[in-house]
Design a protein around this ligand. Structure first.
Ligand code: PEP
Ligand code: MG
Length: 886
């Protein structure tokens, strides 16, 4: 079994096996770019190690063989005392997990080869001892779990003794002393000497990278990013090149386009005389990449050439890590770069213009989650709000919230329902939970490529980084800025687009993309690159998709907005909202009615109100279908809660007031109490039990349709019966409804369809029978999930889903994204059997899943005619319905 691939043996399509980093290193090697030689140990080796707890057979020998050929190529031997080869050992999973897993640099150094390294570097003792102390530090922390602070304290002590705060002031002797101190720390925590044998160092480092796949922060990150837990990581063993050999060396990162806006140009950061992770960690301040032209023109020109070649080759934005060792440029990593939602659209549009990709590919490259982000509100700024600081707009959005300084506090307050802004000097992987809990992240240090920036962008979370006017004091739980002190709990607002920071809560307004959808964009913005790209890609999605997109709306106003967002009808108009407010009293009268007359008079009072509601909606949806669902929830939901009513009655009795009415109400509430109301008297059951209720609604719908038609509009009502489980239920309701419709509609030309929701598992399983009585089906996937799994939709999310997610029983709540295998199977069966019984049966979905990207793809595959979702999700559903076809 082949577990090890030389870089020259791989390519970019082998990410499953070689991880993203390994596959792309191989690709660059084969493109002829200057990649330090090395090899990749496969994810399969990692998986085998993680399941059995030991390296698979044959791995050691394969590593040996590849190491030998690496040594031949470099003309040096690993850890050779005279002229050592050093290697880095780097993790690299299929999906990038920035900073989540481990890396060990300078493997191969020991008490003897440190001298050889110095000679190699032209007698640079300082460099050699600094490299050695970095190895002990990284190896100790990563491989042997020595607490990192111990090393940091020792380093601080050394600097203090020297009277400096700058690492660079430590000379070779200081660093040699530090190596001794580090070794003592190592012995203290591990009970053994720091391993001097280079091959042992290598094997232990590889094993540590395997194990870092299951490090807690990596597990949390994967859950958040929905990365499967069983992929494993590859390990890259790469010949070391050094960016810390002096002023003619350095290290940097580069993007072929701006990952925040998508604009073309040269973006990146460079740090002279630095090694490895110094740039990404945001520890020292970098210079913009353009300055490299002045510092080292030859390397700069070469880098630009490689950037252009990579972008041409990958046909996409690439990000790059590079090192310059004494004037020689080395490419250490590339990948198709992460980008903001705005940049994703803008870049896709640009690449179409440049002829690199077609519109289908552009549509494929963006997604509904990104579009949803672009629909977030923006700050509405007037003179009242002046920024107190300006950092780097690291991840866009507008966020306000209470300031917190630790991950733990962020989690705590967020659990209480507070919006929080996590403020740190810089973040590190341990802050992940706090970053997830926070509305936004604000750091005083670090650039666009710092940990905070990269992770926030990945999560779509607002982030301002490097706001260096902020003096952050984490232990004291405060920061100062512009002469003011901000304490934990004070409110700040951060703009992740402009990088500006405001004190207090700034009001928000709709984003440009929302204004574009609403047709209310100011003329000067109509032409901006983002709006143009969104328009172009949405137009293509609409031309491509087969699924229609409707909306769930209960008012004329919502319906009108959804229509502007592209809704092609209403898929669910819930009528229960029309029974609230001052109409509640009429519902009370209906429930308390003792005689037919009392009940009929309550219904008669409700009729004109309902009719007016429907007139509004039909007008807003002139010419488009409107599915109106007859009332669904148990009627006692419209009555006051039992306890409150009981208290009111008791108090009133005490005061000697007349409580006859309240007592009747209380008795009714007691009578109607249900242990499991979701499985109780609701939906079609209400229609069958309460005479006249559905009839009133049907009449209101039909009368409204006729009225609107008389005014010259086109009403296309579709009456939908909820909670049907047996065809007989539907037949009974339908017979009554048809009579009323015939009577009201007369020769007005109005056509009313009657159909049913499929939201009870039995309905799905008897869909063939039900279709005989239904002119359409609409899947209520909320109830279908509730009853399919037996999960109370109102309780489970907070109660135990966290544990289910943790155990991987599901990767995402089945109420959020359709469970394809179970609930999805019910949908598939009902669709097939329904259509077999009634060819051409119209099928839609109106549960929350109708606006979820992955679910939209499923409904496309199953062959539904439309999805229906909340107005704000309509553009997302249009986009995803287009993508589903590709
Ligand atoms: C459903 O159950 O999916 C549905 C749309 O109805 P409701 O959410 O109103 O129960
Ligand atoms: Mg339902």
């Amino acid at each position: 079994h082949k577990y090890v691939y030389d870089f020259a043996e791989g390519n970019k399509d082998l990410k499953d096996l070689l991880g993203g980093k390994g596959a792309n290193l191989a690709e660059m090697t084969n493109l002829g770019l200057p990649v330090p030689p090395g090899f990749t140990i496969t994810t399969e080796a990692c998986k085998a190690y993680l399941t059995t707890g030991r390296e698979p057979d044959g791995l050691a020998a394969q590593i040996e063989a590849h190491l030998e050929s690496l040594e031949r190529e470099m003309g040096r031997k690993l850890g050779d005392p005279q002229d050592p080869l050093l290697v880095s050992v780097r993790s690299g999973a299929k999906f990038s997990m920035p900073g989540m897993m481990e890396t060990v640099l300078n493997v191969g150094l020991n008490d003897r080869s440190v001298v050889g390294l110095s000679a190699q570097a032209g007698g640079n003792d300082r460099f050699a001892w600094d490299s050695y102390r970095r190895l002990i530090q990284m190896f100790g922390k990563t491989v042997c779990e020595v607490p990192g602070e111990e090393f940091e304290h020792a380093l601080d002590d050394a600097k203090r003794a020297k009277g400096t705060t700058n690492d660079l002031d430590l000379d070779a002797d200081d660093l040699r002393g530090l190596v001794d101190a580090y070794k003592k720390i190592f012995v203290k925590h591990t009970g053994r000497e720091f391993p001097q044998e280079p091959r042992e160092q290598l094997d232990l480092a590889i094993r540590a990278v395997f194990e870092s796949w299951n490090a807690e922060r990596a597990v949390v990150y994967r859950r958040q990013e929905r990365i499967p837990a069983d992929l494993g990581t590859a390990v890259n063993v790469v010949a070391m090149v050094f960016g810390n050999l002096g002023a003619d060396s350095g290290t940097g990162v580069a993007f072929t386009r701006d990952p925040a806006s998508g604009a073309q140009g040269i973006y990146g950061d460079y740090l002279a005389n630095a090694q490895g992770e110094d740039v990404v960690a945001g520890i020292r301040n970098t210079v913009p990449l353009q300055e490299l032209e002045r510092i080292d023109k030859k390397s700069y020109d070469e880098l630009l050439d490689y950037m252009a070649r990579l972008e041409e080759h990958y046909k996409d934005l690439c990000d790059i890590e590079f090192t310059i060792e004494r004037g020689k440029l080395w490419m250490l990593q590339t990948r198709v770069g992460k980008r903001t939602a705005a940049a994703a659209f803008v870049i896709a549009g640009q690449l179409v213009d440049e002829g690199l990709i077609d519109l289908d590919e552009a549509l494929h490259r963006v997604n509904g989650a990104q579009l949803a982000q672009l629909m977030f509100p923006r700050f509405q700024l007037d003179h009242e709000f002046q920024p107190v600081a300006k950092g780097i707009g690291a991840s866009p959005g507008a966020a306000s919230g209470k300031v917190v300084f630790t991950s733990a506090r962020a989690v705590e307050l967020a659990a209480e329902g507070e919006s929080v802004i996590l403020v740190r000097r810089e973040t590190n992987p341990d802050d992940l939970n706090g970053m997830i809990a926070a509305k936004g992240i604000l750091t005083s240090r670090g650039g666009k490529t710092s940990h905070a920036a990269v992770v926030a962008r990945g999560m779509g979370k607002t982030c301002v980084s490097g706001a260096d006017e902020l003096d952050v004091n984490v232990p004291a739980k405060r920061f100062t800025v512009a002469g003011q002190t901000v304490n934990e709990g004070d409110v700040v607002s951060i703009d992740g687009t402009t990088g500006k920071v405001y004190l207090g809560e700034v009001p928000v307004m709709p984003s440009e993309v929302v204004q574009y959808f609403e047709g209310s964009l100011e003329p000067e913005h109509v032409d901006n690159a983002l709006v143009r790209a969104v328009h172009r890609i949405m137009t293509h999605a609409d031309a491509t998709r087969r699924l229609a997109v409707r909306t769930n709306a209960d008012t004329g106003e919502d319906a009108a907005r959804a229509r502007r967002f592209g809704a092609e009808g209403i898929g669910l108009c819930r009528t229960e909202h029309m029974f609230l407010g001052d109409r509640r009293e009429l519902v009370e009268r209906l429930i308390l009615a003792r005689t037919d007359d009392e009940r009929e008079s309550a219904l008669a009072a409700l009729l004109p109100l309902q009719r007016a509601d429907f007139v509004d909606i039909f007008r807003a949806m002139d010419g488009l279908p409107v599915t109106v669902r007859l009332i669904d929830p148990p009627l006692h939901e419209f009555l006051p809660p039992l306890e409150q009513l009981a208290v009111n009655v008791a108090v009133a009795q005490e005061r000697g007031e007349d409580v006859a009415k309240e007592e009747a109400l209380l008795a009714a509430v007691r009578r109607m109490h249900e242990e499991n109301p979701m499985l109780g008297l609701r939906g079609v059951r209400l229609g069958l039990v309460i005479p006249g209720l559905f009839a009133m609604q049907v009449r209101a719908i039909a009368e409204a349709a006729v009225a609107v038609t008389r005014d010259g509009a086109v009403a296309k009502p579709e009456i939908m019966v909820p909670l049907v489980g047996a065809v007989q239920e539907l037949e009974t309701v339908r017979a009554e409804a048809e009579k009323i419709i015939a009577e009201v509609v007369g020769d007005s030309g109005v056509e009313v369809l009657i159909g049913t929701m499929i939201e009870v598992p039995r309905a799905a399983l008897t869909a063939g029978q039900i279709a005989e009585a239904a002119q359409f089906f609409s899947f209520g996937t909320n109830d279908l999930t509730q009853m399919g799994w037996g999960f109370s939709r109102d309780d489970v999310e907070g109660a135990f889903f966290w544990r289910y997610l943790e155990l991987g029983i599901f990767g995402i709540s089945p109420f959020e994204s359709i469970d394809r295998e179970g609930v999805g199977r019910l949908v598939r069966i009902a669709a097939e059997e329904g259509r077999a019984a009634r060819p051409g049966l119209k099928l839609g979905v109106c549960g929350e899943h109708g606006g979820d990207p992955d679910s939209v793809h499923f409904f496309h595959e199953v062959g539904l005619d439309y999805v229906s979702c909340s107005p704000f999700r309509v553009p997302v559903a249009r986009l995803e319905a287009g993508r589903a076809v590709l």
